[in-house]
Design a protein around this ligand. Structure first.
Ligand code: ZN
Length: 68
């Protein structure tokens, strides 16, 4: 999924699903499904938080591949 396809401009303040801090109105944010946890609802989160999470997921997959 491309980042710019899930990046939106906030119309009001949201709480980031990753760090719990405020996503301020009129700033860019990502609305995406959280991996794991069984929640299918899409959650708002900071763009930085989303990219950090995506990067760590990739690193975990690479670590897993090394273990095989
Ligand atoms: Zn955040």
């Amino acid at each position: 999924m491309r980042l710019d396809e899930i990046t939106h401009t906030a119309r009001r303040n949201y709480l980031c699903a990753c760090c719990g801090m405020t996503v301020h109105a009129y700033s860019k944010y990502v609305r995406a499904q959280l991996p794991g946890g069984g929640l299918v609802a899409k959650k708002p989160m900071h763009v930085a938080c989303y990219t950090r999470r995506a990067a760590s997921n990739t690193n975990m997959e690479k670590a897993h591949e090394r273990n095989i």
